[in-house]
Design a protein around this ligand. Structure first.
Ligand code: SF4
Length: 352
């Protein structure tokens, strides 16, 4: 494999980044709280979907102290449109730790950052380098892919040894004078040039010494463990509409998406036949409903589950533990419920 001095890699990458970087809202700040928020939002979420919630969130919660005081409903409302609500609760746990242990200021020391709830190696690296200028790598999936291809790593990236190696390579490439920019540049290269399916090597600033390109391995690398097979689920909910909104229930503590509001059914991860929906609602909520035709169908993915969710028009005979929830933006509807409501009501309701 051809080699060049590491600084040469950083210089080429940073020159490209300076000329081509995307203008993203979180790149206009060095505020470690804003960077922390953006990094959490960007986990498993596309850049385009984060822009608007990021601005809205920071307007509402400009400091860790402001977010630390947020109620569950405020957390869910602030996270609307992003999904994976567990991230938001962990971020609030982190904000509370900042208030409790660091006088409300995000700590600048890497060791302290790493102890905050929800802050792993990657997030600590991103906040530490971008917010505080520490010369530490921030290795996400984009960085893993660039390193694996550029260095021709052939072991599965999920192995501990491969992770260590990727981190060591990224640390070796890093320009300590511009650590935050370097980390963002490497992630940007992975996001827009060295993409998973079709790397655009002709536009790549570090193509000259890329092992995968030289060896014809760009399609074969990186090597990843086989993903878990997808599980198909046909979920169903009952849609009872009234003057006060829709009949629904809060998801209890301990279940995924706890605290959010869901249309009544056996749950999104449970397949159920249409004929069995009333019995499932009765078993779970003590409610007696009469369910009719499907009025809306949406598709939704949760981890390896590929869910087709149907909403059935229904009437209520006894509400059991169900309650009326308004069809507005403030109510923390789950994403599938919000999508189903929106579709059933013709597009504009439930703040979807
Ligand atoms: S040359 Fe191609 S495969 Fe190599 S790092 Fe650049 S985009 Fe990725």
């Amino acid at each position: 494999m051809a080699t060049r001095p590491r600084t040469d890699f950083a210089a080429r990458l940073l020159a490209w980044f300076d000329a081509h970087r995307r203008d993203l809202p979180w790149r206009r700040t060095r505020d470690p709280w804003a960077i922390w928020v953006s990094e959490v939002m960007l986990q498993q979420t596309r850049v385009a979907a984060v822009r608007e919630p990021f601005a809205r969130f920071l307007q509402r919660f400009p400091t860790p102290a402001a977010f630390a005081a947020a109620s569950d409903d405020e957390v869910l409302a602030a996270w609307r449109g992003l999904g994976y609500y567990r991230r938001a609760r962990l971020l609030r746990d982190g904000a509370r730790a900042v208030v409790r242990d660091h006088q409300g200021a995000v700590p600048g020391e890497l060791a302290a950052l790493g102890t905050l709830p929800g802050v792993g190696d990657y997030t600590a690296g991103a906040i530490g380098s971008i917010g505080f200028g520490h010369a530490v790598p921030a290795v996400d999936g984009n960085v893993e892919r660039v390193v694996a291809r550029h260095r021709g790593l052939r072991q599965e990236l999920e192995s501990a040894a491969a992770r260590r190696q990727v981190r060591a390579v990224a640390a070796g490439w890093l320009d300590p004078r511009r650590a935050g920019d370097f980390n963002q540049a490497l992630m940007e290269l992975g996001a827009v040039v060295c993409t998973p399916a079709r790397p655009d090597c002709a536009r790549c600033p570090v193509a000259a010494d890329c092992a995968a390109l030289a060896q014809g391995l760009t399609a074969a690398l990186p090597v990843r463990a086989r993903p878990r097979p997808a599980i198909a689920i046909t979920a169903r909910v009952a849609l009872v509409l009234g003057r006060r909104g829709a009949l629904a229930a809060r998801i209890p503590a301990g279940e995924p998406n706890a605290g959010q509001v869901e249309l009544p059914g056996p749950g999104m991860l449970v397949s159920v036949a249409a004929a069995d929906l009333p019995a499932a609602v009765r078993a779970r909520f003590g409610a007696r409903l009469r369910c009719g035709a499907v009025v809306a169908t949406v598709r939704h993915a949760i981890t390896c589950h590929r869910i087709t969710a149907h909403a059935h028009a229904a009437t209520v005979q006894a509400g059991g533990s169900l309650a009326w929830f308004p069809l507005d933006e403030a109510t923390p509807w789950t994403t599938p419920s919000r999508k189903l409501l929106r579709l059933a009501l013709g597009g504009g309701a439930a703040g979807a």
